[in-house]
Design a protein around this ligand. Sequence first.
Ligand code: CA
Ligand code: CA
Length: 70
Amino acid sequence: MAEASEYAATFDLVDTDGDGLISVDELHALMGNLGDDCTRERAAAVVRSMDTDGDGRISLEEFTAYMDRQ
Ligand SMILES: [Ca+2]
Ligand SMILES: [Ca+2]
């Protein structure tokens, strides 16, 4: 499960409030920190592309599934 824990470490970096879900705001803040001049709308589009259950936030399961598709 080395790959899963690798994703979990990345996930935890993005999930700054530690609630186990990545919100649009958390992703937007991360992209800004990385120097990516993205809009909140673009962050929302990225969340939608990963959000398979439609709750508007990214779980570790959704994040892992997304990374596995890359
Ligand atoms: Ca969070
Ligand atoms: Ca979700």
